[in-house]
Design a protein around this ligand. Structure first.
Ligand code: CMC
Length: 431
């Protein structure tokens, strides 16, 4: 916990209360209100947590005004440009980037945990063919706690470590199996000779009937998508994982809760929603009609893939992915794909529109990741599962950090109750 640097004074009905203020290494000061209810008998009110820090953390920092995202202090553009996903995973999980030796050992460990228990294949077969892969993933990841009993004791540091590695290693296998199942193709086992991203592409796109060679440019773009989604501070799904874990739930259950939260279109589901929106728009000529709807106060319609709760200048992840998108589209020769043309023109028109500039609405990471994944041949239903597998390391790093915190308490928000006060029960005949 940070040192107290200042004090805030809160006055209610003439009575003053002193509240400690802590200064972080970066970002705004925080006022400690933990004793407020005991001292003053009031709660604070902050639906959506727009002004509330729920924990202290050393993992990820975002400055939304500057468009800055740091993992363990390293800027995301440097990590995406010069590092790679598993190295970033190591940094998130253990606090420092690894030496060459430690990285090799870590990569070897992750690679050797990529297979899932053979009996778990039965779970997949229990789902309907047309189940959304996110639904399958929530179920299968939750079910890992039914298989891997030897890594569910959260009080045992060794078991916590094993669970972390298992989740990072097995998530691509589970996501790829969910995909293969949904299209009726055989599951493809992981390959230890391929790197993390190439192995995932291989498990998704190869079939037993013929050889599939992973294109290194696509593997690099895939790895970048993973890196850019690895962690994002206390967002909704991470907060869900932390809240679930605060009760002592096992790591597989907590990550399943995170996957469920990520699914929503305001969060990780935005990449799928964005591509569906582009398909609905259909042609460049119809773009003004959709922009007009997004601007209309009487219409709840929003441009998916635009705007962010924290970034109010630009999303640094989107800047990196925009470059990757150009590279991938050129490589695949799909620049003339009508959906991708709509995307490019929508981006141009929205950025030139004063409404979006005034409200600080810029294309976010989901806008460009959707375009790349579409070009690579993934169906839209796989976009959010890919986000989930990449974010797993962030959830797990935050989970580990929380469990190591001696101040850990079960998360239990309070409320502003506006319902009926106590009243007597009336028999049904007399209501
Ligand atoms: N299209 C049109 N108008 C928008 C949009 C949009 N995409 N996003 C926000 N606005 C308007 C909104 O109507 C409001 O206008 P007014 O002040 O006149 O009422 C203003 O901008 C502020 O919106 P807000 O809902 O108060 O902002 P928020 O910080 O609560 O929401 C958001 C952030 C990401 C949920 C929202 O921008 C949104 O719904 N975007 C579309 C979904 C999306 O792309 N989500 C992915 C986020 S990035 C990936 C991730 O981190 O999960």
């Amino acid at each position: 916990m940070a040192e107290q640097t200042k004090t805030a004074t809160l006055t209610i009905d003439g009575q003053s209360y002193e509240l400690p203020i802590y200064s972080p290494t970066a970002g705004p000061d925080v006022i400690d209100i933990r004793k407020l209810y005991a001292q003053a008998g009031v709660f604070t009110y902050d639906p959506g947590f727009t002004s509330t820090a729920a924990c202290d953390s050393t993992i990820t920092f975002i400055d939304g005004d500057k468009g800055e995202l740091l993992h363990r202090g390293y800027p995301i553009d440097q990590l995406a440009g010069q590092s790679h996903y598993l190295e970033v995973c190591y940094g998130l999980l253990y606090g420092e980037l690894p030496s060459a030796e430690k990285l090799e050992a870590f990569e070897s460990l992750v690679t050797r945990h990529t297979m899932i228990h053979e009996q778990m294949h039965m779970f997949f077969r229990g789902f309907r063919r047309d189940a959304h892969p996110m639904a399958t993933m929530v179920g299968v990841v939750g079910a890992m706690s039914a298989f891997y009993h030897d890594s569910t004791d959260i009080d045992d540091p060794h078991q916590r470590e094993v669970a972390s590695i298992r989740l990072v290693a097995k998530m691509p296998t589970i996501a790829a199996m969910a995909y293969k199942y949904s299209i009726g193709q055989p599951f493809v086992y992981p390959r230890n000779d391929l790197d993390y991203a190439a192995n995932f592409l291989h498990m998704c796109f190869s079939v037993p009937a013929e050889e599939y060679n992973v294109n290194p440019v696509l593997a690099r773009a895939m790895d970048r998508i993973f890196t850019l989604h690895a962690d994002h501070e206390q967002n909704a799904s991470t907060s869900t994982v932390r809240l679930a874990s605060s009760s002592g739930a096992n790591p597989f259950a907590c990550v399943a809760a995170g996957i469920a939260c990520l699914w929503g279109p305001a969060h990780g589901g935005a990449n799928q929603a964005c591509l569906e929106m582009l398909k609905e728009i259909g042609t460049v000529e119809r773009i003004p009609e959709f922009i007009a709807r997004a601007k209309d106060k009487n219409d709840s319609y929003r441009l998916m893939g635009f705007g962010h709760r924290v970034y109010k200048n630009f999303d640094p992840r989107a800047t990196v992915l925009k470059e990757s998108a150009d590279e991938v589209l050129e490589l695949l020769g799909v620049e003339n794909n009508p959906i991708l043309q709509v995307a490019k023109e929508l981006e141009r028109q929205a950025l030139a529109d004063p409404y979006f500039a005034e409200k600080k609405l810029f294309p976010n990471v989901d806008f460009y990741s959707g375009i790349i994944l579409e070009a690579m041949g993934f169906p839209t239903s796989m976009f959010t599962p890919i986000f989930a597998m990449a974010r797993t390391v962030g959830w797990i790093s935050q989970w580990k950090e929380q469990l190591a915190d001696p101040q850990l308490k079960i998360g239990r928000p309070r409320q502003l109750y506006l319902g009926e006060t106590a009243r007597d029960y009336i028999d049904i005949e007399n209501r």
